[in-house]
Design a protein around this ligand. Structure first.
Ligand code: 6PG
Length: 476
């Protein structure tokens, strides 16, 4: 009999996805460029379900029932194109090729268009949750043609994480929509991690707490509104002691943050779409700053501080201020990320349901959190919500914590502790609140040096002041 699904590319993620399908009762054809990974998968886990080991791509394709459903799990980029090119002559019209790697969405759009011309369904799919998620239930974000979801969707939903019985998988939208949403997920992941990092830095400097004590505070926060996977694992990391030195592990890890690129893509796309994702951008730049060794070394020696003592009188009050600053900044980061999804959805005609995205992020993925229920509810109340911040639930939550947020940002500035994501999120919030922004002055400046013209608050039309003449206003 033929296998129901195939997985090619059996490094950790592919291997675990294949096992997940098998454990859920699907027969899985497995293939890897070097057969040893396929053989070891079957040796070690063959008893978990029905695997069909295939040594060649030809055998692999031949082992699948139609329409074939083939999941590619290889390195994003050239490796993906190479596998697609090798598969295309072997498959038939109506077959479904799924790219489950972290592809850049423009690549997915290109591949989908090329395969559509050949009558092959190409489904770029975000998969989040790391190794463990792939095995036990990830959050899955499939794009590609809606027809493909009829055959593929139920299988993906079965292996995905479930929250309250609801699968963390839905058809996101056509062509690159799935990979786009996964990209923004990762951008939000960067922001979330940076915000937790800033909370940690402030608690440490302000209260002279040990990493372990801060881990305990996070574990406490994890029982409330902030409950999330990232808070939970941060507490674990902070409580870890280095076996070699006996110091907290976090104190012996080099403070240079890496990235594989999805955060950078999110910011690049946001710039193209004109959507301010300041939280994600600050988080991405904070990683870049951390890795600017030459500038940091030079700066450390010569840059003045003029910082005051960071002495906090009210310990419990400060912890609560940091908590609300973290929560409010997190709301801003998500609000911005959902704005970016909406802007791309309009630009590319994807019709993405933002509430459904929050729903499939509730479980399985790296940013899974209790708070995502609130986002789903917000979009249920109003699918056209202009910003998450103006949903009554979030408006109230942020208002309640607002003075604490302001105190934390100003204390950080006075003490000379960098808190770029906290402070830029507050600036974003205040920008949305402002009756007037200095953008009016910028329009005046642009008109002065470049005759770029401006609009008026009191009349229709476009105007220019004759700055180098008699300074009267003319209609442009
Ligand atoms: C996930 C993660 C994962 C991501 C890593 C790497 O959702 O499971 O987002 O897909 O690739 O977290 O991110 P870095 O850019 O930090 O290496």
């Amino acid at each position: 009999t033929l296998a129901q699904i195939g997985v090619t590319g059996l490094s950790v993620m592919g291997r675990n996805l294949a096992r997940n399908f098998a454990r859920n009762g699907f027969s899985v054809a497995v293939h890897n460029r070097s057969a040893s990974k396929m053989e070891s998968l079957i040796d070690e886990h063959g008893s978990e379900g029905t695997f069909v080991g295939c040594a060649s791509l030809e055998d692999f394709v031949a082992a699948l029932e139609r329409p074939r459903k083939i999941i590619i799990m290889v390195q994003a980029g050239d490796a993906t194109d190479a596998v697609i090119d090798a598969l295309v002559p072997l498959v038939d019209q109506g077959d479904i090729i799924v790219d489950a790697g972290n592809a850049h969405f423009p690549d997915t759009r290109r591949r989908e268009a090329a395969l559509r011309d050949k009558g092959i369904h190409f489904v770029g799919t975000g998969v989040s949750g790391g190794e463990e998620g792939a095995l036990l239930g990830p959050s899955i974000m499939p794009g590609g043609p809606a027809e493909s979801y009829a055959a593929l969707g139920p299988m993906l939903e079965k292996i995905s994480a479930h929250v309250d019985g609801v699968p963390c998988c839905t058809h996101v939208g056509p062509d690159g929509a799935g990979h786009f949403v996964k990209m923004v997920h990762n951008g939000i992941e960067y922001a979330d991690m940076q915000l937790i990092g800033e909370a940690y830095a402030l608690l440490r400097a302000g209260l002279h707490l040990s990493p372990k004590e801060i881990g305990d505070i996070l574990a406490e926060w994890n029982k409330g509104d902030l409950e999330s996977y990232l808070i939970e694992i941060t507490a674990e990391v902070l409580k870890q002691t280095d076996a070699k030195t006996g110091k907290p592990l976090v104190d012996v890890i080099l403070d240079e943050a890496g990235q594989k690129g999805t955060g950078r893509w999110t910011v690049q796309s946001a710039l193209d779409l004109g959507v301010p994702v300041t939280g994600i951008a600050e988080a991405t730049f904070a990683r870049a700053i951390s890795s600017q060794t030459a500038q940091r070394e030079a700066g450390r020696d010569v840059l003045a501080s003029a910082a005051g003592d960071f002495h906090i009188g009210n310990r419990e009050g400060f912890i609560e201020d940091v908590r609300v600053a973290l929560y409010a900044s997190k709301v801003v980061a998500y609000a911005q990320g959902f704005d970016q999804i909406q802007a791309a959805s309009e630009q590319y005609g994807w019709h993405i349901d933002r509430g459904a995205m929050a729903r499939i992020w509730r479980g399985g993925c790296i940013i899974r959190a209790r708070f995502l229920n609130r986002i789903t509810e917000a979009y249920e109340r109003n699918p056209e919500l202009p910003s998450l911040l103006v949903d009554p639930y979030f408006t109230d939550i942020v208002a309640d914590g607002l003075s604490g947020w302001r105190r934390v940002v100003s204390q950080a500035a006075l003490a000379g502790i960098p808190a770029p994501a906290f402070s830029s999120s507050l600036a974003y919030y205040d920008s949305l609140r402002s009756e007037r922004l200095p953008a009016a002055l910028i329009q005046g400046q642009r008109d002065f040096f470049g005759a770029h013209t401006y609009k008026r608050v009191d009349r229709e039309g476009t105007f220019h002041t004759l700055w180098s003449g008699d300074r009267t206003e003319v209609e442009a």
